[in-house]
Design a protein around this ligand. Structure first.
Ligand code: MCN
Length: 759
């Protein structure tokens, strides 16, 4: 029986649950010194002086460096030059001007963390304050320029020229929506360690792609790739924010060179909350128009994207928002425009979904606004506008080539599981009895894009498998897992192709000396790309081994079959006389034959997972407190390799999606001071705020790869946010509340109720 499609337990977990993982912070480096950064306390200021002498004289201090001491180039843009004008480029330490609170200004290296932290306090930085630009609307005016030499606060934009045509609409609605800035908040904050082995840099990275880190280091240190080794051991979460290395991380190698010892750096939670890239951060102007019988004729989305103080990945994420701005609907006319703007706040990068949740949030809120306006059930409105089921591609107005989709079917499954009619009846009953706890039912239907990028040929990922002399298999994968369970999933795929038991398969990843090439584990691409590569390599290894087994069986290779269930080779029809993988391996070892296969896989284009979510909330009208009481999720990621791990991915995504709708928001005061610099101020969601999720499985295999797989890592987040958000507004609609910006905190809900009552 095939392992694929079974709920196989994660092989990674016994270690995590007993002895714990091996993180960068656990790497033992004899004699390692420790780095601590001196960070800006001002959102926007000229640096008039930096006094380092006192710090340098303190016991145990080995070095204190500022920008002037470095002599290193600026951070390379994540996808190479041309992403934005060079005038916006980011130095590794502040160069004359600070642009956000938390920006590294100087760095201290000392014998231990205590000496380094004390000395960092002794570095005196004098600032001449400049006006801080905190809001997007302010940035847009260009009254205060963060980079005067650029002449604008706009590093990039997507002026598509597409404008939603609302002529012929009975109803047109405009709504400003804030898709607020959130923090990735991985349990393991940023950390790195480095030393020099002669002229070779060895760098430990908590990252989502060791070759991505290697590429950045090669540019910073002007080294050829063979002069760098990057090792990514276990990673305690990344959520997109560890996709690209940060200045602090890449500097550690230079610090090691300066002090002639290994150097390690680990940030505090406050440093993580103020200096690791944030996610989302869009102000959206949404237009939706249509007929009173529920047909949407026009949808328009204008985006202002927060780039933060220095352009990073977040600057270009409206590209994903544009690609997905048609969602699951057949809108006859759509419009899109975006501008990315720098502000005196932490830079914005990728966070789970990265550009696509923002599209889904805008469309799905808009559909609900439209449904309320025309007085039609939001499910009915969605059904009247869905793209009809298709299995052979559908191209949207933004040029997205969806692979296959059954959007209405996903919603039907969710409606059935929810018991939608009964929920509406309960809602009506509570309203009729003036119950102070009202019920809200929120729907969202989404389609998202996974395995995006890589140009016309699509993205590529590598994988190889090698039979060892003892009959076990060592696999090498270009994916770099940080919580997704690739070791389990890849072992399942290899076992399925070879019949070698999973516990005899070792999956190696995240070491550039061991893995020849690797990409970014992001955009939920790994199973479909890296998984297909490893699966194909395993199939080829089995074929090579079959030829070797034929020699042992003294038979023609074409007559020999591999029985996957037993992992034995035999001549077709005579299973009694069989040889094992172990025998094949031993014989190959004797003759010095290497049984090995590798593969580089790319698929013709991205895949488009889709789904439907229904959230049920209870809102306390006296306090504004929202409680998520049920969440039904249908998320179709094509063929599921391991439904248990898929469920785990969805659960994590749902939690983060609900968190954005209800709780989480990175906030600044008017001067750009962070107000959410730790977990006391920033409301990371926890199990106590969440119900047991109800997941309904649906599988529409993708034609793009041999596994039929699409990604699942981000789907839960994308579907959950608008469902929960819509549920809150739905609960209050009968009281005249039309829209509340996320997060729907008790205070905001309570205020919205008061304002509606006063109208
Ligand atoms: N899977 C499957 N069948 C499919 C698709 C996926 O069985 N058709 C299962 C596999 O077990 C696979 C896992 O789901 O290991 C995720 O696969 P995939 O959707 O290909 O996504 P990636 O492995 O490329 O992971 C990236 C994605 C992203 S972009 C973010 S952000 C994210 C996420 O995964 N951050 C995470 N999941 C996370 N999970 C944890 N624990 N921590 C994070 O930081």
């Amino acid at each position: 029986m095939s392992l694929l499609g079974n709920r196989v337990l994660r092989t990674e977990d016994p270690k995590f649950l007993t002895t714990g993982g091996d993180y960068v912070g656990d790497v033992v480096l004899a004699g390692a010194a420790v780095a601590v950064f001196v960070r800006s306390t001002m959102a926007h200021a000229h640096i008039t002086s930096i006094e380092t002498a006192d710090a340098l004289a303190m016991p145990g201090v080995l070095a204190v460096l500022t920008f002037d001491d470095l002599g290193l180039p600026d951070m390379p843009p994540p996808f190479g030059p041309g992403m934005w004008p060079e005038a916006f480029s980011r130095p590794l330490l502040a160069r004359g001007t600070v642009r956000f609170v938390g920006e590294p200004v100087a760095v201290v290296v000392a014998d231990d963390i205590y000496a380094a932290a004390d000395a960092a306090e002794a570095v005196i930085v004098d600032y001449q304050p400049l006006p801080a630009v905190v809001t997007l609307e302010h940035a847009l005016t260009d009254e205060v320029l963060l980079f005067p030499e650029a002449g604008t606060n706009k590093p990039s934009g997507i002026p598509t020229g597409m404008v939603a045509d609302t002529s012929g609409c009975d109803v047109v609605i405009h709504q400003r929506m804030v898709n607020q800035r959130v923090a990735a908040a991985p349990i393991e904050p940023r950390t790195s360690a480095a030393y020099w082995d002669g002229d070779r840099l060895v760098h430990y990275a908590s990252s989502q792609g060791s070759h991505i880190v290697l590429g950045a280091l090669a540019q910073i240190y002007k080294l050829t790739p063979d002069k760098i080794r990057v090792i990514t051991p276990d990673v305690g979460g990344g959520f997109g924010a560890k996709g690209v290395p940060s200045p602090e991380e890449v500097l550690v190698g230079e610090l090691a060179r300066r002090v002639g010892r290994p150097v390690r750096w680990s940030e505090s939670r406050t440093e993580n909350m103020t200096a690791m890239v944030h996610g989302r951060g869009q102000v959206q102007q949404v237009t939706i128009g249509g007929t009173r019988d529920g047909k949407v004729l026009a949808f328009g989305l204008e985006v202002l994207q927060e780039a933060g103080a220095y352009p990073a990945l977040g600057t270009i994420l409206p590209g994903g928002t544009f690609l997905m701005h048609c969602g699951v609907y057949e809108f006859p006319s759509t419009g899109f425009d975006s501008k990315s703007l720098v502000t005196n706040t932490t830079p914005v990068g990728a966070f789970r979904g990265a550009g696509r949740p923002e599209a889904a949030a805008a469309i799905e809120r808009a559909i609900d606004l439209f449904a309320t306006e025309i007085g039609m059930d939001p499910i009915e409105v969605r059904h009247r506008n869905f793209i009809a089921p298709f299995m052979n591609g559908h191209t949207t107005r933004s040029g997205a080539k969806y692979d296959c989709g059954r959007f209405g079917d996903a919603l039907d499954l969710a409606v059935e599981q929810a018991g939608y009619a009964a929920l509406r009846a309960e809602q009506a009953a509570r309203r009729a009895t003036s119950d102070r706890k009202v019920l809200g039912i929120g729907i969202s239907c989404y389609v998202e894009v996974t395995a995006m990028g890589g140009g016309a040929g699509g993205i590529t990922e590598s994988g190889s498998v090698e039979l060892q002399a003892d009959g076990t298999i060592i696999a090498k994968t270009g994916s770099t897992p940080y919580g997704q369970g690739h070791e389990t999933t890849w072992a399942m795929l290899i076992s399925d192709a070879t019949g070698v038991p999973m516990d005899q398969i070792r999956v190696l990843h995240g070491d550039t000396d061991v893995i020849p090439s690797s990409g970014l584990t992001g955009g939920s691409r790994s199973v479909q790309i890296a998984g297909s590569a490893i699966s194909d390599a395993a199939t080829r290894l089995a074929s090579n081994a079959r030829a070797a087994a034929a020699e042992l069986l003294e038979a023609a290779a074409g007559d020999v079959v591999l029985d996957i269930a037993t992992g034995q080779f035999h001549v077709q029809g005579t299973p009694a006389k069989a040889v094992s993988w172990g025998a094949v391996a031993a014989s190959a070892a004797e003759t010095g034959t290497l049984l090995f296969a590798d593969n580089e896989f790319s698929q013709p284009g991205p895949s488009f997972p889709f789904g439907a979510h229904i959230a049920v909330v209870e809102v306390d009208l006296d306090t504004g407190l929202v409680t998520l009481v049920r969440h039904i999720a249908v998320d179709d990621c094509g063929t599921m390799i391991n439904p248990l791990l898929v469920e785990g991915q969805v659960h994590g995504g749902l939690a983060q999606g609900a968190a954005q709708a209800l709780l989480e928001e990175v906030r600044y005061d008017v001067d750009g001071n962070p107000q959410t610099a730790n977990f006391a101020d920033y409301a990371v969601i926890s199990a106590t705020e969440l119900p047991n999720f109800e997941r309904v499985e649906m599988e529409t295999p993708s034609p793009l790869n041999p596994l039929g797989a699409k990604g699942i890592g981000e789907s839960g987040t994308i579907g959950a946010t608008p469902a929960v958000h819509n549920a809150v507004i739905d609960a209050l609609a009968h009281l005249g509340v039309r829209h509340i910006d996320m997060p729907c905190t008790p205070e905001k809900v309570w205020r919205a109720l008061g304002e509606a009552a006063a109208r």
